[in-house]
Design a protein around this ligand. Sequence first.
Ligand SMILES: Cc1cc2nc3c(=O)[nH]c(=O)nc-3n(C[C@H](O)[C@H](O)[C@H](O)COP(=O)(O)O)c2cc1C
Length: 434
Amino acid sequence: MRLREPLVLPCGQTLPNRIAKAAMTEGLADARMNATPALETLYRRWSHGGAGLLITGNVQIDRWDLERPGNVVIDGDADRDALARWAAAAKEGASHVWMQLSHAGRQAPLYCTPRPVAPSPVGLKLLGAYRTPRALTRKGIASVIERFVNAATIAREAGFDGVQIHSAHGYLLSEFLSPVTNRRQDDYGGSLENRARLLLAVVRAVREAVGNDFAIGVKLNSADFQKGGFSNDECIQVVRWLNDCGIDLLEISGGSYEQPRLLGHSGDESQAEAPRQSTRRREAYFLEYAALIRKAASMPLMVTGGFRSRDAMVEALDSGDTDVIGLGRPLCVDPNFVARLFENTTAQAVDPGADLAYGQGMFGPRSSVSALRFVNIFSQMGWYYMQLMRMGRGLEPDWNMALRQGLFGHVRSELSAARRIRSFQKQADTLDAE
Ligand SMILES: Cc1cc2nc3c(=O)[nH]c(=O)nc-3n(C[C@H](O)[C@H](O)[C@H](O)COP(=O)(O)O)c2cc1C
């Protein structure tokens, strides 16, 4: 079967099949932001679930700029044994495991990141949860590159097969790419060449540090879908530059917190750029863009977002527009979906996402008030996070969980995780001061 074909990557590693679990932030780190037994339990489960590649949720490279208080962080203090146990659990069922490395930039909520940094001081106005970031200095930019290198080196030593550099969804590296969030006047801002400088420098420096047999992926937006943002034409040019950087897999996604197209939603319509008409009709919503990117890309491609049926996956591989199919939400509710697909006991993912969005949406299906629209999306994300948390405890996903349970359960666990890391951060502050 097409989906079961192995894929030889440029680094020489062979992925056992064409399905990857896409990165999904787990929020399961401990107070010191280290990997935990819950992460081992979750990834052991997925490893036996059939996907050839598991990409971890975003692991942060800077403990002072978090996407969530439960993020794993890799810096000088990382618990390397805990990382090694996580990698081993994720490889138990013969899947490969890559660590997604990220810097949250301005998309860092104030309850865990009091002083976010970004290319420029352009605030994120979303439910009052984000502080205006400080612009990174040149020294700060050099430190970001160093931190990516350090984290990738530690991931390799811990037994991960590769890393994926997160340059999508409005986090730091994608903030540099977008003219909306990057207003810099130095050689990291302005022209596309300048806006892409940090991403290319990170990828080259990581490759140099980890050697040629370790896998490196990049997750990139096909576009931001935001007026004046990073466009599809710009994405294609960045891909041409990435061709020379020794990448093994380029994952195509799109959007940001403001325009959550990665999940098939739009945000504030007044600031949105419409997707292509043909995209609206397709199950996998970035495939049209992947077809254009394919013409420019020399590395293997992965497309994530919306895949639910075997037919759509096989068709996408047959068309040559992608080499790997990325799956997110279906694996939160059915961790064995891929194995069942391979055994021919199913041809369609269970995904309550559509019901959550349009059936039991808390504030009406397509609320025209953007704040309510965001609360709806936030509630849905909370629902999926709660499923990951259940699996981390060794429980089955609960398809019948109410949307409000997702929202309130998630808010409760975020705030308690924020309290836990805050006391640790205070200790770290005191030690720094001494
Ligand atoms: C609960 C959850 C957490 C996510 N966390 C991340 C993340 O840490 N890094 C990332 O690149 N994408 C993240 N995403 C986006 C997914 O990788 C994927 O792009 C998106 O869910 C669309 O794929 P799907 O339609 O198969 O769910 C997350 C999505 C969900 C639902």
